[in-house]
Design a protein around this ligand. Structure first.
Ligand code: DGL
Length: 266
């Protein structure tokens, strides 16, 4: 049986784990929430690279993982190059805001992007954005909104703050949009867990796009595995550098998992 490590700054990567469990039921997943150091969105490249390296080293030494999924847009933007350089023999799948799928499906060509400040300020994001905005065939316009505090409110399951911040950021998106937005990219793996609130605020004409399913398909390709929808699902192992019971209850609430989480110190 293959083992895949998955990590995020906290509980947000559970949105990616949900897609991985559906796509690859025959794989053993080990999930790490770095909740003691969340949120990553306002941290430096050096801090995030250090956290990503410590977690990856632990997943390799303790769980002998066959592949790693960086289930965090911010850590992908800031640390995936250094992780790949340090672990050239380990297949590593990253997560980046779904600008390409959004550009492929948008009719109005005005697309909102909600993400952390770290992701939006990264070179990786700038490259992807410029490439699509300057497309000779079918250019698009991205309206980018950093969502300070939103991942943290989701991390703490603070519904009231989530509602207030979503209202603030949706209003800001609308104010900046030069035309009708028909698509909004959820560029942080925490945000699918606020999708209901965002969908209510944006209205039914706006499609929300996230990357969970695409990342799961890419992981299957990397592992070179065939689809086995009837394989017996293996419960994932969960670890948190913060409060393990908070991770276990988020996994129960959002994924229906009845799994305990362990405490991790790295
Ligand atoms: N879930 C992460 C992301 O996709 C990080 C959010 C945060 O910790 O700020 O960007």
């Amino acid at each position: 049986m293959k083992t895949v490590g998955v990590f995020d700054s906290g509980v947000g990567g559970l949105s990616v784990l949900r897609a991985l469990l559906a796509e690859l039921p025959g794989v053993r997943f080990v999930y790490v929430a770095d909740s003691a150091h969340a949120p990553y969105g306002e941290r430096t490249v050096a801090e995030i690279s250090d956290r990503s390296e410590r977690i990856t080293a632990w997943l390799r030494h303790t769980h002998h993982i066959d592949a790693l999924v960086v289930a965090c847009n911010t850590a992908t933007a800031m640390a995936i190059d250094s992780l790949r350089a340090t672990h050239p023999d380990l297949p590593i799948v990253g997560v980046e805001p779904a600008l390409k799928p959004a550009a492929a499906s948008s009719r109005t060509r005005h697309i909102g992007v909600l993400a952390t400040r770290g992701t939006l300020n990264s070179e990786r994001f700038a490259r992807l954005r410029t490439q699509l905005e300057n497309s000779a065939v079918s250019p698009v316009h991205f309206i980018c909104q950093p969502c300070d505090g939103l991942a943290d409110a989701i991390e703490r399951d603070d519904q009231q703050t989530q509602q207030a911040l979503c209202e603030r950021y949706v209003t800001a998106l609308r104010e900046q949009a030069p035309g009708d937005m028909d698509t909004v990219v959820l560029g942080c793996t925490h945000y699918p867990f606020a999708a209901n609130v965002l969908a209510r605020l944006l209205g039914s004409d706006v499609a929300l796009v996230d990357t969970g399913a695409a990342v799961a398909r890419r992981t299957r390709d990397v592992l070179n595995m065939a689809t086995k929808p009837d394989a017996l699902a293996t419960p994932p192992q969960l670890f948190s550098t913060g409060e393990p019971s908070a991770l276990a209850s988020a996994a129960k609430r959002w994924l229906g998992l009845q799994t305990q989480a362990g405490k991790l110190t790295v």
